[in-house]
Design a protein around this ligand. Structure first.
Ligand code: MN
Length: 262
């Protein structure tokens, strides 16, 4: 498969060019193609969301011919990767493998997911990949490494619509306990972050945004429930955030010349 597949893959992440998960993703990509390019942030951009650097220039550091570090966000990396670094278009953008799951509302904060969003906006198929992990023990990169190539291959064969990307999360369990692939919807758990108040060494007060608190029970069919139960979660996400069911209600509400200029 690898040799001469013709598939050009751009990989990036939000954990930085130094992250172990990026090396795992490079292995995964190399199982699919020998034409793999890496454009990733110089520093950890977790939580950067879909931010774009506009108020300063970006610097590129060429680590090797196919490895470039950018002192910007994951979105900057995809934009520069696709439109500046590569001499011809990529067929696929892979982002990750993130240290920690990107489930439920995480997708709105995640730089890993935002990189897939940016590729989608630029018309390139994209998959975000995250490895669920418990901060108290070592990340199980072997789970993503083992299951990702076949899942990506299958996704590419099946295809998905324009304006959509795929969010994949690997469970934090041993390979023997992985139950399979579950196609899921985006769940929801956020009810508030834990805010830690303190004083800095100069005595000035600060507030530090800590972990999520009060996580609710994950709903059935969601990405959250699947990963908790040991499934690899595969969620199609659309960039069109219009809530279509509300369109008719709002049209009625503002219909019949409401505030119309005569
Ligand atoms: Mn991250």
């Amino acid at each position: 498969m690898a040799e001469g597949s013709g598939l050009r893959i751009l990989i990036t992440n939000d954990d930085s060019i130094h992250a172990p998960g990026l090396r795992v993703l490079e292995q995964i990509a190399r199982a699919l193609s020998d034409d793999v390019w890496v454009v990733a942030p110089e520093s950890d951009q977790s939580g950067a969301g879909h931010s774009l650097t506009l108020r300063r220039p970006l610097r590129l550091r060429r680590v090797s011919r196919r490895h470039v570090a950018v002192d910007g966000t994951p979105t900057d990396c995809v934009l520069l990767g696709l439109q500046h670094v590569l001499d011809r278009p990529a067929d696929l953008v892979l982002s990750g493998v993130n240290l920690g799951a990107n489930l439920g509302e995480d997708v709105t904060y995640s730089g890993t997911v935002a990189a897939a969003m940016e590729a989608t906006l630029l018309g390139v198929r994209a998959i975000a990949l995250s490895q669920a992990a418990d901060r108290r023990s070592r990340p199980r990169w072997s789970i993503a490494a083992r299951f990702a190539p076949a899942i990506i291959q299958r996704l590419l064969e099946a295809g998905w619509p324009e304006g959509v990307f795929i969010n994949v999360n690997f469970p934090d369990c041993t390979a023997a306990r992985v139950r399979g692939v579950a196609v899921t919807r985006q769940g929801r758990r956020k009810v508030g972050d834990h805010l830690v108040e303190g004083r800095d060494p100069r005595g000035e007060p600060y507030v530090w945004i800590g972990g999520l608190r009060g996580a609710e029970e994950a709903g059935s069919g969601t990405d959250l429930a699947a990963v908790q139960a040991g499934w690899v979660s595969v969620t199609p996400i659309q960039l069109d955030m219009t809530h279509h069911r509300s369109l008719e209600t709002l049209k009625r509400c503002f219909g019949a010349g409401y505030l119309e200029n005569r």
